[in-house]
Design a binder for this molecule. Structure first.
Ligand SMILES: Nc1ncnc2c1ncn2[C@@H]1O[C@H](COP(=O)(O)OP(=O)(O)OP(=O)(O)O)[C@@H](O)[C@H]1O
Ligand SMILES: [Mg+2]
Length: 413
């Protein structure tokens, strides 16, 4: 017997009011299935598995044979098997927008939103809601961040106390896509500070032939937005360009930049300096002087437990079922966080394509993820080739000892 429409409606309303009530949602999914509303049922099951991955009753529902769809629930003519390819995913997604975030959005930038302070039109101040807890794994990095940066900065009293000895900023370095920018955002979130990300390559291009006033404007914006993490990305660009462009007007812009850095570092006005680079060996030594970016932090590719957490993080809002995270982590040695994010997207695409081809929506499963791992190649090879040379031939003063230690441990040195 099929449930009546009003019963379904009141169940839907109840679920809307209590989105985390799993038994209630399970009941709704069962009723929907009985009513032949399989697509909606599947989405409810997805929402259940998002809250309770591995919920046995929810998984069992997925195995139930489909009941023919009643006429009023199918406004379009009943699709023939071939017409299943027309399943309207975007409609389905917008319908469940309140239950499940969209599965197939571009990028992973849902973590930030502009704050609307656009005075320096080229720069966007963000309000970061990321926390260190969102950064998967990386216990060592977090520990060092906490000790060297966060603990004193968090507390204005301590900040005043440590002010002198903790002048300057922290330079993060490591291979691409392993979380430097992500961590910087999380640091801003931890400090309850705004986040002002700036690419050095962009700054330099922007400032060639312009007055130093622009660079001053950037730092003023950071001050006006205090507390604020000013995040200077790709700081290696300045080193390369400075040697290429000796005696050009840009040189004075660079000097202005150094002045501003010293000024921020010297005053306690709530601007925190973070920088990142994939090529610390190209960073201008002027930037590394005491009081500027004199502390460095190596951000390495995620270890196994971190990879497991990165998978969990990137799958947490996708409709998945029966996924063995530990196995995925063990299959992805040598992959970066960005590679893993890419694997998760690829697996979602696979499940979507398959659903379209079959005419039946289905959840993302372990086979999709393992197939995606086969498709996505790890991207870190070239970086480690360079890093190895640096550790072998350019480790003056032990600047790259921690990198060398990592390479030795991995038998790459
Ligand atoms: N520890 C982590 N936890 C969760 N996600 C991570 C982690 N590390 C990396 N990621 C994911 O990888 C993506 C790439 O990381 P991010 O952009 O921070 O790397 P990056 O080191 O700044 O790279 P690049 O050198 O290319 O600028 C992040 O957006 C995030 O989705
Ligand atoms: Mg980055």
């Amino acid at each position: 017997m099929q449930p009546e429409q009003p019963v379904l409606d009141s169940l839907r309303k109840a679920v809307e009011a209590m989105p985390d009530d799993v038994p209630l949602r399970l009941h709704l999914a069962t009723m929907l299935l009985k009513a032949g509303l399989r697509d909606e049922a599947i989405r409810q099951v997805g929402a259940i598995l998002q809250r309770e991955p591995g919920n046995a009753s929810a998984m069992a529902l997925l195995q139930e044979p489909a009941v023919p769809r009643p006429q009023e629930a199918a406004p379009q003519p009943e699709p023939s098997p071939a017409a299943g390819a027309e399943y309207d995913w975007s409609r389905a997604e917008s319908e469940v927008g309140d239950v499940l975030p969209p599965m197939f959005v571009g990028g992973s930038s849902a973590d930030t939103s502009g704050s609307g302070d656009r005075e320096a039109a080229a720069f966007d101040v963000e309000r970061s809601v990321l926390r260190l807890a969102d950064v998967a794994g990386m216990a060592e990095v977090k520990h060092r961040l906490e000790a060297a940066f966060l603990a004193p900065m968090r507390n204005p009293e301590l900040r005043r106390l440590y002010g002198k000895s903790l002048r300057g900023g922290l330079l993060m370095y490591g291979p691409p896509g392993c979380g430097k920018t992500f961590i910087a955002r999380a640091v801003a979130g931890e400090l309850g500070a705004r986040f002002l990300p700036v690419s050095f390559a962009d700054i330099i291009d922007m400032f060639v032939g312009q007055s130093e006033r622009n660079i001053h404007e950037l730092f003023s914006l950071a001050r006006r937005s205090a507390p604020c993490v000013l995040f200077l990305d790709e700081v290696d660009a300045i080193g390369q360009k400075r040697s290429q462009l000796r005696n050009t007007p840009m040189r004075s812009a660079v000097n202005q930049l150094l002045l501003e850095l010293d000024d921020v570092a010297a005053s306690n006005d709530g601007v925190f300096l973070l920088a990142a680079t994939n090529h610390p060996w190209d960073v201008d030594s002027a930037l590394r002087r005491p009081g500027r970016f004199d502390r460095v932090l190596l951000v390495l590719p995620p270890d196994e437990s971190a990879r497991e957490a990165v998978f969990r993080y990137h799958l947490r809002q996708r409709p998945v079922a029966g996924v063995d995270l530990a196995r995925l982590a063990s299959l992805t040695e040598g992959y970066s966080g960005a590679d893993i994010a890419h694997i998760c997207e690829t697996s979602a695409e696979r499940a979507l394509m398959d659903s379209v081809a079959q005419g039946t929506p289905r959840l993302i499963g372990q086979p999709d993820l393992e197939a995606a791992i086969g498709e996505v190649r790890p991207s870190l090879g070239p970086w480690f080739d360079t890093a190895r040379n640096v550790a072998l031939f350019a480790n003056e003063g032990g600047a790259y000892d921690d990198l060398a230690a990592y390479l030795k441990k991995r038998r790459m040195l």
